[in-house]
Design a protein around this ligand. Structure first.
Ligand code: SAM
Length: 135
């Protein structure tokens, strides 16, 4: 398989304990610069972006920059995946409320599919986003 994987982190201390089964490039940079960092490495587009960023804790401006740059580097038909652990969800009246970032995801992507992965520890909400909206 001819594939590359990149991990982008501001703080790369978590990488040390990772079991790298595949060739990966670890880039210490903000995800807001994802397009520039990908293209600097000779790729024009990517098939997928997987994010576990704490979007709920970020400013609207940073969320906007990360999502528009991620959408901008995705190939047509590509997917942006955001996951959020269940304990990070805000609960309202006994029901999980859409986290603030989900509204932002819908501003950037036409198709946002939400699933819960219960077997994950802790359980995780996963948002699979397709169809980049042009701004
Ligand atoms: C919730 S942790 C997720 C860690 C790990 N990926 C996981 O799933 O357990 C969020 C990570 O995003 C990194 N981070 C925060 N702001 C970032 C940004 N603007 N660009 C890239 N990484 C960022 C933090 O350093 C932290 O390692």
């Amino acid at each position: 398989m001819n594939a590359s994987r990149m991990i982008m982190m501001i703080d790369h201390s978590g990488v040390n304990g990772m079991n790298m089964k595949f060739p990966m490039a670890v880039i210490t940079a903000s995800a807001a610069n994802i397009r520039e960092e990908v293209q600097r490495r000779g790729f024009q587009q990517v098939d997928a972006v997987a994010s576990s960023l704490a979007l709920t804790l970020m400013s609207d401006e940073l969320k906007h920059d990360i999502l528009s740059e991620s959408g901008g580097v995705l190939r047509s038909g590509g997917v942006f995946t955001q996951y959020l652990y269940l304990h990070g969800i805000q609960w309202q009246g006994g029901k999980p409320s859409l986290f603030a970032g989900a509204r932002m995801l819908r501003k950037h992507f036409r198709d946002v599919e939400q699933t819960i992965v219960w077997p994950n520890l802790p359980p995780a909400f996963v948002y699979a986003c397709r169809g980049v909206r042009k701004h």
